[in-house]
Design a protein around this ligand. Structure first.
Ligand code: DAH
Length: 339
């Protein structure tokens, strides 16, 4: 009998489970009225007198071992809530990796935030446009060679419906619908029939800013550009304006910023010049104001437009535009900015 008691103690001590139901079955098996221990206690009366002491102690040890085991299992299961759900709710979870924003979205948001601080609000417009909004209202007369500056994707011909080639088309819609003064930034995707290469793509992103009010001057434009460049590329950034041509602005300029990678000393990103071209701008041509029903005697305005891909490439030192469109996770997960 002593042998049997030892075996049962060993069995009880090695018992383990993760379910509260099994603990209950274990209790019934060993500690109920018809359980294994009660059966041994029944046999106890047949034990010869001289063995009663040892076997009595063995039986008590057995009962204690069973009770301890049950308490221990119950305590553990309640602690971890496994008793209720079958799950260990205290075990540490597997962290879910957060996605990251696309670099173009990061830079777009940064640019918009800078203009928001200057009081510009966001406006968006359609990607499919008629000729009026993409060209004519922006002072691109019919047959004007300036139309060739932008290789257009036509959806329909006569009357022409196009994929807008610049976000300037949104400015036309803004001039139609907004009360003056207007102070807007227009982010958007634009389309041009260009061969895809490391430097060009047929789809890219632009942001334009438009400001029309009484007494808006070129000095306001330059001040806005200086503030913008310093906010985006750092306080030490310098700007310079070079005369240029756009049909919708007069005078027109292109803006360069001092190269943020070499600090203006000259490197292979700025091709040794110390300057990087980042946007086009100018005073809105009075013809454009007139075409859009704005009193050109009373109001003046400026506009500026930039490509987000180009600025992102310069900011992050990316040398291949195709990376933005390939969605390679190894490229994208390097951009962890919070905005
Ligand atoms: N629309 C021009 C382009 O896509 C960029 C641009 C230049 C926009 C000057 C402007 C501007 O608003 O003033 O090439």
């Amino acid at each position: 009998m002593l042998e049997k008691i030892k075996q049962l103690i060993a069995e009880i001590e090695s018992f383990t489970t993760t379910s509260i139901e099994e603990v209950e079955l274990f209790r019934i098996k060993h500690l109920s009225k018809k359980g294994s221990i009660a059966a041994l206690f029944d046999d106890f009366k047949n034990v010869p007198g001289e063995q009663k002491k040892d076997i009595g102690k063995g039986l008590n040890d057995l009962k204690t071992a069973a009770l301890n085991k049950i308490n221990e299992l119950k305590d553990h299961l309640c602690d971890t809530d496994q008793g209720k759900t079958g799950l260990d709710l205290t075990s540490p979870g597997d962290a879910i990796a957060n996605g990251t924003r696309h670099p173009l979205a990061i830079v777009r948001n940064e640019i918009l935030a800078i203009f928001n601080k200057l009081g510009f609000t966001i406006s968006e417009g359609p990607e499919i446009e008629d000729d009026w909004h993409n060209f004519s209202a922006l002072n691109f007369p019919e047959e004007h060679p300036a139309r060739d500056m932008q290789d257009t994707f036509f959806i329909e011909k006569n009357p022409d419906i196009v994929l807008h080639t610049h976000t300037s088309s949104v400015q036309v819609r803004d001039m139609e619908t907004h009360e003056l003064p207007i102070r807007l930034v227009t982010p958007g995707r634009v389309f041009r029939n260009e061969a895809i290469s490391a430097r060009a793509h047929c789809i890219f992103h632009q942001i334009e800013a438009l400001y029309i009010d009484e007494n808006v001057s070129f000095a306001d434009l330059k001040q806005t550009l200086t503030y913008f460049a310093k906010e985006l590329f750092g306080a030490e950034t310098q700007i310079r304006l070079r005369p240029s041509y756009f049909p919708f602005t007069e005078p027109s300029a292109e803006m360069d910023v001092s190269c943020s990678l070499c600090g203006g000393k000259g490197c292979n990103i700025c091709k040794g010049t110390g300057w990087l071209e980042i946007l086009g701008c100018g005073m809105i041509d009075p013809n454009v104001l007139e075409l859009n029903g704005i009193d050109k005697e009373k109001y003046t305005g400026f506009a500026l437009g930039m490509g987000i891909e180009r600025i992102t490439m310069l900011k992050y030192g990316i040398n291949n535009l195709r990376l933005f469109f390939e969605n390679d996770i190894r490229f994208l997960e390097q951009f962890t900015a919070a905005i």
